[in-house]
Write a protein that binds this ligand. Structure first.
Ligand code: IMP
Ligand code: MG
Length: 176
């Protein structure tokens, strides 16, 4: 029995939006040395597609943050499981995640990174659950706004599963 309720964004829609975001980032950072910092594990697929839509050479780093575990609601606690291993002082840093929900993860990462004096610090997300925000945060690049539904696919998981779906879907809630 499938737990998928409905497909929200199909492959073509995602790919079109990623292309747009890549073009925007390419324009904005032209002539600059851009360091992309991707948030494991959920951002892996989005990052892989996004970097290939950026028209100049970028550097790519990974960090890992965990806030959810197996639950589908945010715990509000962000744990850094893998830290940045490179010096970001005077570098143009762009944090990449597939989805922003409460904003706690991104807020924590911004705080951590801002203290290291980057030349600039911005974020790119494919999906924004704006109505769930508990902290104020500016997202420079955002693909789609989504309602407060738990979504999976295109790198996003539920209990470790569904990351490999090529589309983004909403999961059935317990009572649907
Ligand atoms: P935030 O700290 O509440 O903004 O949550 C951000 C993190 O929670 C993301 O990096 C995702 O890993 C995870 N997350 C938030 N919403 C969803 C969702 O609907 N599906 C899967 N993961 C999600
Ligand atoms: Mg997760």
């Amino acid at each position: 029995m499938t737990e998928i309720q409905e497909i929200l964004f199909d492959e073509e829609t995602i790919s079109g939006k990623v292309k747009e975001l890549g073009a925007q980032i390419s324009r904005d950072y032209a002539g600059k040395d851009l360091l992309l910092v991707s948030v494991l594990k959920g951002a892996v697929i989005f990052t892989a597609d996004l970097v290939r839509r950026i028209t100049f050479p970028v550097t790519l780093e990974f960090i890992q943050a965990a806030s959810y575990g197996k639950s589908v609601t945010s715990s509000g606690n962000v744990l850094l499981l893998k830290r940045l291993e490179t010096d970001i002082q005077n570098r143009h840093v762009l944090l990449v995640d597939t989805i922003i929900d409460t904003g706690e993860t991104m807020h924590c990462l911004f705080k951590e990174f801002a203290g290291k004096n980057p030349a600039s610090l911005n974020a790119a997300v494919l999906l924004d659950k704006k109505s769930c925000r508990t902290v104020e945060i500016r997202i420079a690049y955002c693909g789609f706004e989504v309602p407060d539904k738990f979504v999976v696919g295109y790198g996003m998981d539920c209990g470790g599963k569904y990351r490999n779906l090529p589309y983004i879907a909403a999961l059935k809630s317990d009572n649907s």
